[in-house]
Design a binder for this molecule. Structure first.
Ligand SMILES: [Mg+2]
Length: 247
């Protein structure tokens, strides 16, 4: 039976140096915008990726947009899920058209609201002097989601935004991804699980397929729950959380 592995990247198969276990050999796995290594893999992570690649088709399933995905040094050759499910990238580097046709109108409609919210959260950050970087992530000319990071990794500052500014966000319209130094506000029409379900339903052929999901964050739970089996790194955020199709 064909096997298909939906693989989250950051903090699952690679991570920044401060998150790497001390004293272990590391190899560069993704670069920053200046081409310098930013994220690394342990030998165990290399071994896991080899195991999964030998077992079947590995489909990266990530919040990275195309630009950030291109900075990952790993040679994936099949589909990729980008932007929390906003884009299904084909091996030739183009968006899968049926999925694009489903997402694009909703992204363009949501765009003004995301720009407004970016401005509002920036005002909150400035008023509190939180020194957080807030960005709107776009891909293939679609505004998709907001991401906040603190340049010095001050997670408490992000928690202040989450508690005091985004605490009242409408859960019917947005979900929050919050793990370490990454706080994202994501429209509900996105979601890795939606892209995974589209791939399962339309892009894997008609033969039965064994699906395995691999991820670390609470926001990965719905896509892991959409797979036959789920695999988590030890001690990750999701390890203390029940798998739920709603996240
Ligand atoms: Mg992750």
């Amino acid at each position: 039976m064909r096997t298909c592995v939906f693989l989250d990247l950051d903090d699952t198969i690679l991570q920044t140096r401060p998150k790497c276990p001390p004293g272990e050999p590391l190899s560069p796995a993704a670069d920053d915008r200046n081409g310098r290594p930013l994220s690394f893999m342990t030998e165990r992570q290399r071994a896991l990726l080899s195991l999964l690649s030998a077992a079947g088709t590995v489909i990266p399933t990530t919040a990275r947009n195309l630009d950030a995905y291109r900075r990952v040094r790993l040679a994936f050759t099949d589909l990729a899920v980008l932007d929390f499910g906003g884009v299904i990238l084909r091996p030739d580097g183009t968006p899968e058209p049926d999925w694009d046709a489903s997402i694009r109108p909703r992204a363009l409609e949501m765009g003004p609201e995301l720009h407004t919210e970016l401005h509002a959260v920036q005002q909150f950050i400035d008023a509190r002097r939180l020194e957080i970087n807030a960005r709107l992530i776009a891909d293939f000319d679609m505004p998709l989601y907001l991401v906040l990071k603190h340049p010095a990794g001050n997670v408490a500052a992000l928690q202040t935004v989450l508690r005091e500014h985004w605490g009242g966000i409408d859960p019917q319209r947005f979900f929050i991804h919050c793990n370490g130094n990454n706080l994202s506000l994501v429209p509900r029409f996105l979601g890795k699980e939606r892209a995974v379900q589209h791939i399962r339903a339309h892009l894997l052929g008609t033969e039965p397929v064994l699906t395995i999901g691999v991820g670390d964050s609470v926001s990965d739970a719905p896509f892991l729950a959409a797979c036959d089996y789920a695999l988590l790194p030890r001690d990750c955020q999701l390890a203390a959380h029940p798998l739920s199709p709603r996240g």
